[in-house]
Design a binder for this molecule. Structure first.
Ligand code: G6P
Length: 362
């Protein structure tokens, strides 16, 4: 069938789509490059973003996790306040809105009913909306004022991989364009830095055995697992935990390292796997402290750090990329660890139980 052809020699779509990520990043860079070779976004969209007094990112699942990273970009690079909301909550429990909000919907499929319900509501209220989606002509794209496309190609596996990194890359381009428009110097060349990210992703995808081994060592029999991080590493941890839950059915939790001691650390027993991410210099020592805290209580710790921040005993060191873009590289090991954990546990990687690729009911 057509599916088999598209999968090529890959055993699963998820693996194929994980491998496509460096290519997708380069594709996005091409798609958003202007005649001067700079990354640019449609002027109307940049104006809508910079004229808003606050951005409300609304999304579900993996797209919500990309939104959390996007908040970091839009606030740090372009200096625009951002709130990120889960669509199913926002629609029934709307926060007090600012005077001139702009809504940004992030949705791989562009068809998620929970997000659409919010879009319908904010349009009724007369506000503008931008949809970031992989599917041109999708409902969320048609009903919003503006669309930014992900150019990730069809994503078939239920567990989202390349759409997540595409969303983050497009959000970085949007933040960069908004910064330029606002006369803010971000201090780095995004074209150059995204190129480095694509290369780093390639290195990670070429070294899969490493992540298969981590899955074997930490996850083959466990019932639970924690992903800890601080700052954006926490957000990537949320995505790592979601991937693991979705396809391996291991109870996984993404946690802010510093918050563990306020309750969750009670769950740490002898051998509990704790995967820690350390890509941010400003919190490197803090997360190291959290790793020590859980290790002292018996946790089986696995630290994934970024080149330049590594310490003795780290299980894996990511190739160096710009700190802000670290989620793009750091999520790849998490995707692959989840993939192999699911495989080792005989789970149906591409079609996990109880889940649908696109949820079109509220
Ligand atoms: C479903 C999928 C998730 C996805 C979420 C949002 O629950 O199983 O992988 O992240 O929907 O989908 P969207 O298409 O709106 O990004």
């Amino acid at each position: 069938d057509a599916g088999d052809i598209e999968k090529g020699t890959y055993p699963h779509y998820m693996l194929k789509e994980t491998d496509e990520q460096p290519f997708v990043i380069r594709k996005i860079m091409q798609a958003y490059q202007n005649d001067q070779g700079e990354l640019a976004v449609d002027a109307d969209i940049v104006n809508a973003v910079t004229e808003a007094d606050r951005l409300y990112i609304v999304a579900c699942g993996t797209s919500y996790h990309a939104g959390l990273v996007g908040k970091q970009y839009l606030e740090q690079m372009a200096n625009i306040p951002v709130e990120v909301h889960v669509a199913s909550e926002f629609v029934y429990n709307m926060p007090l809105l600012s005077k001139k909000p702009l809504f940004i919907f992030i949705s791989q499929s562009g068809e998620t009913a929970d997000s659409r319900a919010v879009l319908v509501k904010v349009k009724e209220l007369g506000y503008q909306a931008l949809t970031i989606t992989n599917v041109p002509g999708s409902t969320l794209s048609r009903e919003a004022d503006f669309t930014l496309l992900l150019h990730a190609g069809p994503e078939i596996a239920v567990a989202s991989t390349k759409a997540y990194t595409a969303q983050i890359a497009v959000l970085s381009i949007l933040a960069d364009a908004a910064a330029k428009k606002g006369g803010i110097d971000t201090g780095f060349d995004l074209v150059h830095e995204l190129g480095i990210v694509a290369n780093a992703m390639e290195v990670l995808c070429d070294g899969k055995e490493e992540f298969e081994q981590i899955a074997r060592d930490y996850l083959s029999t466990t019932r639970n697992c924690f992903f800890i991080g601080r700052s954006v590493d926490y957000y990537v941890g949320l995505e790592g935990a979601l991937k693991l839950k979705e396809i391996s059915y291991i109870q996984a939790e993404g946690f802010a390292g510093g918050e563990l001691k306020h309750g969750t650390i009670a769950l740490i027993e002898d051998g509990t796997p704790v995967i820690a991410l350390a890509t941010q210099e400003s919190v490197n020592l803090n997360i190291r402290g959290n790793v020590k805290e859980v290790a002292a209580r018996g946790a089986n710790t696995c630290v994934i750090s970024m080149k330049g921040l590594e310490q003795e005993g780290d299980r894996f060191v990511l190739p160096a990329v710009h700190e802000l873009l670290a989620p793009l590289a750091a999520v790849v090991p998490f995707q692959l660890i989840a993939y192999y954990a699911a495989l080792h546990r005989d789970c149906d990687v591409d079609k996990p139980r109880n889940l649908a690729k696109s949820v079109t009911v509220e």
